[in-house]
Design a protein around this ligand. Sequence first.
Ligand SMILES: [Zn+2]
Length: 200
Amino acid sequence: MSAPGHQGGEQQPGAGGVHPAVLAWTEGDLGVEGRVLEVVRAPAAVLSTVGEPVDPTSPETVQLAADLVATMRVSPGCVGLAAPQVGVGAQVFCVDVSEHPKTRDHHGTFVLCNAEVVSGSRNEKAREGCMSVPDLTGDVKRASRIVVRGQLPGTGEEVELHANAFEARCLQHEIDHCQGLLFVDRVAGAHAIFARQTYL
Ligand SMILES: [Zn+2]
């Protein structure tokens, strides 16, 4: 997901309780150098294909995780990037909302494999953008408190984390990518899609 600008506030108290293993995770744990990859844009077929589950401990997954973080880092406004966006049909994504002004509680930078939303509540509508749909933003209704289950790359440790507000939105956006869905598939209609005016 990329930051859509400052439209549409998401103000709420944080739910608290970040996951310590996810908070402590850094890309340095992967032990490989990430490469900056080209980000593919809609209508590339990989963006609308359900990603394959991965072995989180395999060297391919570890390299992919490092590449996703490296690519996110060099992309202005990018708060999350999923494997299909670099042309790989796999259920892996990275997230880092720590620098975003709408963020409340967060887990810093992390990568999840084979992630799924276990539960969600408190739907809110807010504006989203995406590097794979660079010219548009859209109003998307999503749960503002969620529980997500997935595995950390490298160790394969199974984690269940609670996320809220902007991090929750970003996680749902990236999990959608892994299932072949874009934010434009989630908007209520054409009235909820807008031309992007500024990238940040
Ligand atoms: Zn996206």
